[in-house]
Ligand binder design. Structure first.
Ligand code: ATP
Length: 490
């Protein structure tokens, strides 16, 4: 607002001077130049020389550990490690080697960048972020030079902001710090990594600015072992996908600024989103709000959240309309999945739809009762049965199968393979490499065949329920799991 008023007043003064016959051009140019400098000053990204490569020189980090849901172990490990920065005198008094690097490992979207920003806030450090890919260049020496610049900028930034420490965050570090010697005929990668090691080795306790490097990767196995040597990245913090309580905490954080209806049960949404990362959950809350906006609803309802889960999992709903016959086939197929799903795993069906989304023409979403980290052989076999149920319903109710089950079969095959390779099949404990391809194939086929027999029986004895469910789906397109259970109980 102030900015607009200043611009307005400036223009008025210029017009006034112009009317009084004063030559306003030099003044005009001066003001223009000041404007450009001001706008550039707002952008806190430093250009390394090439336009694409930029390092984020963010201002003081505003993210705190309270803004990160779940990840309690990662947070407390990190906070403990940061004591080194917060108690420099004790570190020096006891002759402790300063902590130079912390590696955050884990799947994408789990909050690694957030943790690094919160670490900067917690320790009152200047924060700089860069990505491993920004250091990879065609020309030898450029990546190494960028690494040098990054460390220099970190120190400079901290001094400018009157801070005693700086945190450099390098995302996707595996891109610049993969095992040396692997990039055939391309020493550039190795030089860049060497420079990073040199810079880290050069970090001292008695510097005016203490530098801490935090790096993130989801492929720690690709990193050069020299990077993990004590004195470099000597702390590794795992940042895993959130568990059910973590998911609920993240949902709570991302709905803080949204009006929620009384119907919303975030605990249940958390239970239905096993496997979602923090980024997925943020997107879920956003999608729920967009749905509320589309429906011109004052508040976000539970139904908005449920629909948003499907959207995040499968993608945007497609406008494509199927013909009557094809739509009925999809309804029978999904009906088969849902009914068998409820039979082998009661209470598991969360929703069923024949609205095409992403690559799927229809979809049955199953929600586990609890997060599952281990699977028993009967649970795996139940999952195989659910996979086979769609095509079986098509065959037994419509006379023949279609190509729509290809991905179901692939999934069933993968699950059966898991049974064999984890020592749960009739073969007992096996070593995958020593297993002949034929024996592996035959054992998998035997598991799938047994499952198919069971599914045939289940579908045969529940034909009326599947037909009824298909009719309701044609009419309503999407149904919650409770209605499938009510129909089966009737
Ligand atoms: P990548 O490996 O892809 O770089 P990342 O692990 O660094 O991902 P972030 O960039 O920190 O993930 O997270 C992306 C977004 O997801 C955040 O901006 C935030 O909105 C949300 N998010 C992720 N994890 C959490 C969490 N634990 N609490 C709250 N929000 C989260």
């Amino acid at each position: 607002m102030l900015k607009e008023m200043a611009v307005g007043a400036g223009v008025a003064v210029m017009i006034f001077l112009g009317l009084r016959g004063v030559d306003i051009w030099p003044l005009f140019l001066l003001v223009g130049l000041a404007g450009v400098l001001f706008a550039t000053g707002l952008n806190t990204r430093i250009n390394f020389g090439s336009q694409r490569r930029q390092v984020d020189l963010g201002h003081r980090s505003l993210i705190s550990f309270q803004d990160i849901g779940g990840q309690n172990t990662a947070k407390s490990e990190l906070i403990e490690a940061l004591e080194f920065i917060l108690r420099p005198d004790d570190v020096q008094r006891l002759g402790i080697r300063p902590l130079k690097g912390i590696l955050l490992t884990g799947p994408p979207g789990t909050g690694k960048t957030l943790l690094a920003k919160a670490a900067a806030n917690h320790t009152d450090s200047a924060f700089l972020a860069a990505s491993g890919s920004e250091f990879v260049e065609m020309y030898a020496g450029v990546g190494a030079q960028r690494v040098r610049q990054l460390f220099e900028q970190a120190r400079q930034k901290a001094r400018q902001q009157n801070m005693l420490s700086a945190i450099i965050f390098i995302d996707e570090i595996e891109v610049m710090a993969g095992r040396r010697g692997q990039h055939h005929g391309h020493l550039e990668y190795d030089q860049t990594l060497n420079q990073l090691l040199v810079e880290m080795d050069g970090i001292g306790v008695d510097e005016d600015v203490r530098v801490l490097v935090m790096a993130a990767t989801n492929r720690a196995d690709l990193l050069d072992p020299a990077l993990m040597r004590p004195g470099r990245f000597d702390r590794t913090v795992r940042v895993d996908l959130p568990d059910r309580r973590g998911r609920e905490a993240i949902l709570l954080l991302h709905t803080r600024n949204k009006p929620l209806d009384e119907s919303v049960d975030l605990g249940q949404i958390a239970a239905e989103t096993f496997g979602f990362s923090g980024a997925h959950l943020e997107s879920l809350c956003n999608e729920a709000a967009i749905l509320a906006l589309r429906e011109q609803s004052e508040r976000l309802t539970h139904a908005h959240f449920k629909a948003a889960i499907d959207k995040v999992m499968l993608g945007e709903r497609l406008e494509r309309r199927l013909g009557r016959e094809e739509l009925y086939r999809v309804a029978i197929h999904e009906g088969g999945h849902a009914i068998v799903g409820e039979l082998v795993n009661p209470g598991s069906v969360a929703s069923i739809t024949i609205a095409p989304r992403g690559l799927a023409l229809g979809f049955v979403r199953q929600a586990p009762h609890d997060d599952r980290l281990l699977e028993t052989v009967s649970e795996l076999k139940a999952d195989i049965a659910v996979c086979l149920a769609g095509s079986t319903a098509e065959r037994l109710l419509l006379g023949e199968q279609s190509t729509g089950a290809a991905s179901d079969f692939q999934k069933a095959w993968d699950l059966a393979r898991k049974i064999v390779t984890t020592g749960l099949s009739t073969l007992g404990v096996v070593q995958e490499e020593a297993l002949s391809a034929e024996l592996l194939y035959e054992t998998i086929q035997e598991i799938v065949r047994d499952s198919q027999e069971l599914v045939d029986e289940l579908v045969q004895s529940h034909k009326p329920a599947i037909l009824q469910l298909a009719d309701i789906l044609i009419e309503r397109e999407t149904l919650p799991g409770e209605q499938v259970r009510a129909l089966m109980a009737a």
